[in-house]
Design a protein around this ligand. Structure first.
Ligand code: SF4
Ligand code: SF4
Length: 192
């Protein structure tokens, strides 16, 4: 965690992200029923995915205070999920309030820097609450622009990708699929 940075009054991830745990299954885009104005009401006993999650605002020094997700409207993950084949690291940029927010600083610079450093970078977009997010891998079409530090080309690529995400056929989050994943994880860990 960066310095003494903490979540403060932010609860963005409690709405934006899906939770799949034995104690709680929640679709992306829906406010967690355990979250009230003061934050998580089951904080001491919150599920493991909540206990271990840390967004990049907390885990890196990439953002100023105004980059906290509830202030910026953008949630950034770094190495929360396993990276795709061929990459050592993975970042996911999720502009959950206004997709166009990702076109403004610091995001084009950050995306170019991460891609230039060989990190897989996904742009994630929200559909209607309760549907699975759409994600697009930016590497490949962004490699040349990132290598040249051409932020105008990065922004043009982001606009193109946002248009693709907006046209995506969003599908409902499946509680049954989440329950199956939780059961499979428990089986792998040897839990009853
Ligand atoms: S989005 Fe980041 S800062 Fe906000 S509550 Fe979640 S972990 Fe904390
Ligand atoms: S259980 Fe608590 S920490 Fe987890 S999503 Fe809900 S409110 Fe957030």
């Amino acid at each position: 965690m960066v310095n003494s940075r903490n979540c403060g009054s932010c609860t963005a991830c409690c709405t934006v992200k899906a939770i799949a745990a034995a104690e709680l299954i929640k679709a992306p885009g829906l406010h967690c029923p355990q979250c009230d104005k003061s934050g998580c009401v089951i904080y001491e006993t919150r599920p493991d995915p909540c206990r271990t999650y840390m967004c990049a605002y907390l885990s890196t020094d990439w953002f100023e205070d105004r980059g906290r997700p509830d202030r910026s409207g953008v949630l950034v993950d770094i190495d929360v999920e396993p990276p795709p084949a061929g990459y050592a690291h993975v970042a996911t940029i999720h502009p959950f309030r206004d997709p166009a927010r990702v076109l403004a600083a610091p995001y084009p610079e950050l995306i170019a820097r991460l891609i230039g450093a060989g990190c897989a970078v996904y742009l994630s977009g929200s559909g209607p609450p309760g549907t699975l997010n759409a994600i697009a891998l930016l590497n490949g079409m962004f490699d040349a622009a990132a290598a040249a530090g051409d932020l105008q080309a990065v922004r043009a690529g982001l606009e193109h990708t946002l248009a693709r995400i907006a046209a995506h056929a969003f599908v409902p989050f499946s509680v049954a699929d989440a329950q199956a994943r939780v059961a499979e994880d428990a089986r792998r860990r040897g839990s009853p």
